[in-house]
Structures are given as C-alpha cells and as structure tokens.
Design a protein around this ligand. Structure first.
Ligand SMILES: NC(=O)c1ccc[n+]([C@@H]2O[C@H](COP(=O)([O-])OP(=O)(O)OC[C@H]3O[C@@H](n4cnc5c(N)ncnc54)[C@H](O)[C@@H]3O)[C@@H](O)[C@H]2O)c1
Length: 246
C-alpha cells in the first residue's frame, strides 16, 4: 500500500486530490491547519472504504510538519507520495504591496513547500521511489494583474519543481507541477467572487473547453502523476486549465 501526504487537503482542490488518490488504494494523510475540516475529509474517505487520517500542521512550521509526517508514517508506513497543494492568495495592486504581504506569500506558498518536501524526502530516498506533485498556478505562466506576489511565489514553485526533478531523478523520485486556472468550488475561488476580484462569468464558459474547472479535474491529473505509469515524466508543467493557457 502506498502512502501519500496531501497538504491543504481540508478543502477545495486538496480535498479532491485526497479523495481521488484514496480511490487508487493510496492511504492519505489529510494535512491542513483546519483540523475539523481535515477530519471530515478523512472520515469521508474511510466511509467510502479508503484509508486516511487527519493531520493538523501549518506547512510553515517545521516542527508541526515533522510531527504530522511521523504520525502518518507510524499509522500507514513510509510516505512516498507528496502533493504540495496548500497555498494562499491575495489581490493587491503592486505599488500597494507591503513587505509583510510579500513575505507572508513567500513564507506559505514557497517556503512551506520547501519545508514539507525536505521533511518528506527520506522515505522516498529509502524506497528508491517517490512522486512529488506541486500545485502551482497559471498566473505564473500568464502573469496576473494585482497578484505579483502570488504569481511570483508560484513561478518559484515551477522553478523548484524543475530543480528537484533534476536532483532527485537519479534517486527514482519524480517531481512535476500542475498550474490550475479558474477552479470553482474552492474556498479560494469563492472568496475571489465574494470580494469582487473576478466575475463568475469570466471563470465559466471562457473556453476553449466550455465549462468551468472543477477540483476533480486537477485531482485526475494528479492521480496519474503519482502513479507508476508516469514514471518517465519529471520536471514538467501539466496544464489542467480547459485550454485557457496554452
Ligand atoms: N482555485 C483556483 O482557481 C486555483 C487556481 C490556481 C492555483 N490554485 C492553487 O491550488 C491550491 C489549492 O487551492 P484551492 O482553490 O483549493 O484553495 P482553498 O483555499 O480552497 O484550499 C487551500 C487549503 O490550504 C490550507 N492552507 C492554507 N495555508 C496553510 C498552511 N500554512 N498550512 C497548511 N494548510 C494551509 C487551507 O486551510 C485550505 O484548506 C493552492 O495552492 C492554490 O494557489 C488554485
């Protein structure tokens, strides 16, 4: 049985990834700062016949992440799949961005990914097999007005993905990233609409695929990227975006 840690898995895309990987008989560590919601996701997975435990940690806190990883390993065994999904966003005109806003974005999205990946690596190295999937953002590919700090943090995730692919490939570990664009039904996207940063119509039927993006779309690609079948794919950016960035 393979074991995966999915960060930010209490909601949205992360929860969809956790549910989808569990369907492939992968035991899941549902990590989030929101422990009650993480517990609900884990319960759902177990009720559907899968294996999962909730884990409370902030990805920015090395001690919390280590404790969570230890608990997951003790419960299900070595952790050889990591999905770095947890992230925050923000919409601020570039000239108004404060040092604090910039630092917080980098701390969660970039340093958090660094911390979790570093702590998760030993099991993958020992197994001579591992899969890392980073959830970036199409804003890193296309740019995004008033989201310079967010898109810069996600661009760094794409660069990190490539460097890890090069460094870890000889150890049997692949590292790829998925940059979503306009995924509905998540806390992040609903907040966007509520705060008026984007119009719902911009996200639905914007084409070329004439429907909205769902968390399950990202989860499907992630399931393949963590499978045996994707073993010759590393360092790649797999756009799951309805063709909205090509
Ligand atoms: N929804 C979209 O359209 C979209 C587009 C591009 C990229 N993304 C990326 O996809 C990922 C998931 O987005 P989503 O829309 O599902 O967001 P979401 O806000 O619905 O879920 C993010 C989860 O991460 C958790 N989280 C935040 N900070 C954390 C921390 N420090 N430690 C642990 N957990 C933390 C939150 O509690 C939440 O459960 C994010 O990295 C986001 O940047 C989303």
């Amino acid at each position: 049985m393979k074991v995966a840690l999915v960060t930010g898995a209490a909601a949205g895309i992360g929860a969809a990834i956790a549910r989808r990987l569990a369907r492939d008989s992968i035991a899941i560590g549902v990590l989030d700062i929101l422990i009650a919601d993480a517990a609900k996701v884990a319960e759902e997975i177990v009720a559907a016949g899968g294996k999962a435990i909730p884990l409370q940690a902030s990805i920015t806190d090395r001690g919390q992440v280590k404790a969570a990883l230890d608990k997951l390993r003790e419960t299900f065994g070595p952790v050889t799949i990591l999905v770095n999904n947890a992230g925050i966003t923000g919409v601020v005109p570039f000239e108004e961005l404060t040092d604090e806003q910039w630092d917080r974005m980098m701390e969660v999205n970039l340093k958090g990914t660094f911390i979790v990946t570093q702590i998760a690596l030993p099991d993958m190295k020992a197994a001579g097999w591992g899969r890392i999937v980073n959830i970036s953002s199409s804003s890193a590919q296309s740019g995004a007005s008033r989201m310079a700090h967010y898109s810069a943090s996600k661009g760094a995730i794409i660069a990190l993905t490539k460097s890890l692919a090069v460094e870890l490939g000889p150890l049997g570990i692949t590292c790829n990233n998925i940059p979503p664009r306009f995924v509905m039904n998540t806390i992040m996207s609903e907040k966007f609409f509520a705060e008026g940063h984007r119009l719902r119509e911009q996200w639905v039927n914007a084409g070329p695929i004439m429907r909205q993006g769902e968390p399950s779309d990202i989860a499907g690609a992630c399931a393949w990227l963590v499978s045996e079948e994707s073993g010759y794919v590393t360092g790649q950016t797999i756009g799951v975006n309805g063709g909205r960035y090509i």
